[in-house]
Design a protein around this ligand. Structure first.
Ligand code: ZN
Length: 164
């Protein structure tokens, strides 16, 4: 960082304040050379890049994930609130691990892990979109991979979903 007036690079911090609502820190600085004062803002950079199947990147968008999950969870026991919670959990999970880049496949797998615990039908629907099953065998394998706990009282609903 350089002084905007004289381009010197040493400063004194004269004041430092936390802004809870924007999760940022405002610092009042004084240039050690020209003595002029200016303000800097320090914010958390939450940018996370998703590498798509075609090799291009896009910013991780919580809204987009919520939209996709809402579609998968329609007419299931999963509420919109749970969807929002899941999306923010996934993001927090990635952030806490310091992950800055993830493939859409890995992201889908992560979402699936969470979704499987919430609702088996939503899990299968979401998996169908993300994993792009090419045939019924791949779909059956995905169903077989569901943990027995998740399957216990949901078997009838899975058959209903398959018939659609
Ligand atoms: Zn200066």
């Amino acid at each position: 960082m350089k002084c905007p007036f004289c381009h010197h690079d040493e400063f004194k911090v004269t004041d430092s304040r936390n802004h809870e609502e924007t999760n940022s820190i405002r610092r009042r600085r004084e240039c050690c050379q020209c003595m002029r004062r200016f303000t800097t803002f320090e914010t958390i950079d939450l940018s996370l890049q998703v590498k798509k199947r075609d090799g291009t990147y896009e910013d991780f968008q919580t809204e987009k994930m919520i939209h996709g999950l809402d579609a998968a969870c329609r007419h299931t026991s999963v509420s919109h609130e749970q969807v929002c919670e899941l999306a923010s959990k996934v993001k927090a999970d990635l952030m806490s691990k310091g992950i800055r880049e993830i493939t859409s496949r890995d992201l889908g797998d992560l979402v699936i892990q969470y979704l499987q615990k919430l609702d088996v039908v939503a899990y299968i629907r979401f998996a169908c979109v993300y994993k792009r099953f090419k045939n019924i065998r791949e779909l059956q394998e995905a169903i077989q991979n569901i943990t027995p706990i998740g399957l216990s009282n949901e078997t009838e609903e899975i058959h209903a979903a398959e018939e659609k």
